[in-house]
Design a protein around this ligand. Structure first.
Ligand code: XMP
Ligand code: MG
Length: 179
């Protein structure tokens, strides 16, 4: 796998430090709220979510949703389908959506609207990565790990063709891999 990597964009140490800060902020912001539910978006957010919750010093629940967006492998079409729904009833709960990356924002905007229609007490968005230059949907990110330029990145949960999720950092692959 190492041979496929062009460059590391965000190191393990940078991720670790940023997650500590995010966890601290989230802990402060949700301290006085109960029914705190983190909604992880499968599969990309699994590693981010599992590391992040260990920096949140509050009672919380986790649940997961899997959605697929149709279209080319490195681009989302905005047509989204629920592959796996939540197990929890979200009515009256304080939801924090945990995503790996926001690109066009179409996937998240769709999911946000579905969750909102289920009458939670609040919904906020936490994403590890953001590529604001490609945004098509209007999305307010409440907690951001890192803003990145328009590269297709992998590692730390993010995949290309289901590979590279287990790399411990965020990186860009060599151009020939994407062909
Ligand atoms: P949209 O465009 O709807 O897309 O915001 C979000 C979803 O697209 C995937 N995505 C990526 N996956 N590296 C990845 O591994 C990337 O650079 C990338 N950009 C978008 C991802 O699944 C995300 O949830
Ligand atoms: Mg994703």
């Amino acid at each position: 796998m190492q041979n496929d990597i062009e460059k590391i964009l965000i190191s393990e140490e940078q991720i670790r430090n940023r997650l500590k800060e995010l966890g601290k902020r989230i802990t402060e912001d949700y301290r006085d709220k109960d029914n705190f539910l983190l909604v992880g978006v499968l599969k990309g957010a699994i590693i981010f979510m599992s590391d992040l919750i260990r920096h949140i010093d509050l009672p919380l629940q986790v649940d997961f949703m899997a959605i697929s967006s149709y279209g080319a492998s490195t681009e989302s079409s905005g047509v989204v389908r629920i592959l796996k729904d939540l197990e929890e009833n979200v009515e009256g709960k304080n939801l924090l959506i945990v995503e790996d990356i926001i690109d066009s924002g179409l996937t998240l905007s769709y999911m946000y609207n579905i969750l909102k229609s289920r009458k939670p007490a609040s919904i906020k968005i936490c994403t590890l990565l953001d590529k604001p230059s490609r945004r098509k949907a209007d999305i307010k990110v409440d907690y951001l790990g890192f803003e990145i330029p328009d590269y297709f990145v992998v590692g730390y949960g993010l995949d290309y063709g289901e590979k590279y999720r287990n790399l411990p950092y965020i990186c860009v692959l060599k151009p020939e891999i994407y062909q």
